[in-house]
Each structure stands twice: as structure tokens, then as C-alpha cells.
Design a protein around this ligand. Structure first.
Ligand code: ZN
Ligand code: ZN
Ligand code: ZN
Length: 107
């Protein structure tokens, strides 16, 4: 009496499928997860495809001035280490400042 169990009956495969299903249902921020937190992802790092939440995108992520691209802190620190980079918040302030001086110059 020998039964040949199909691969799909394997408990590990079942667990894997379950996990994949859960991941599809709710994408979580990879950076928050690394710190033990949970936050719904609202964006993805263009460099490493890590899912990122709103907070991480705005506060931890960096903007590379040289490449004109946005990436998670890890990517900017590694791939763009020698480039001109700043946080998105700093970039935002910089843009606002430029606009202000431009507007002031128009008067
Ligand atoms: Zn996050
Ligand atoms: Zn990244
Ligand atoms: Zn760069």
C-alpha cells in the first residue's frame, strides 16, 4: 500500500502558498518591517523594489540629485553614495525656497 503524495500536499508548500497569498493581500512596508513595525505599503523603491509606506517615503527615503531619482535610504547610501543626495523633505524645502526667491524676484 504505497501512496504517492503530490507535491502540493506537502505541508511546506502549503505554508508557502499561504504566505504568498497573505503577501498579495496586504503589501507591507519593508523598511518598517525591518524595524519590527507594520505599515501598509503605498509605494515602491525604484531601485530595489522594496515596498515602502507613506512615512518611510517622506522621512527615510532619499532623493538623488545626480540621477534625479528617489530611492530608499539603503539604495541611496549604497548605489548613490558618491552622488549628490538629500532627503525628500530637504528637497521639498529646497524647491519651495527656489520658488519663493523666483516669486520675490518677479516683483
Ligand atoms: Zn515604512
Ligand atoms: Zn531601495
Ligand atoms: Zn545617483
Amino acid at each position: 500500500m504505497t501512496s504517492s503524495p503530490s507535491l502540493l500536499d506537502h505541508p511546506l508548500v502549503e505554508e508557502l502558498l499561504q504566505r504568498q497569498h497573505e503577501e498579495q493581500r496586504s503589501r507591507l512596508c519593508g523598511q518598517c518591517a525591518e524595524r519590527g513595525g507594520q505599515a501598509a505599503a503605498s509605494g515602491t523603491c525604484t531601485e530595489c523594489s522594496t515596498d515602502l509606506c507613506n512615512v518611510c517615503i517622506q522621512t527615510f527615503d532619499n532623493y538623488c540629485d545626480t540621477c534625479n531619482t528617489l530611492g530608499c535610504g539603503e539604495c541611496i547610501l549604497s548605489a548613490h553614495r558618491s552622488h549628490q543626495s538629500c532627503t525628500l523633505l530637504a528637497k521639498d524645502a529646497e524647491v519651495k525656497e527656489t520658488l519663493k526667491t523666483r516669486l520675490a524676484g518677479m516683483r
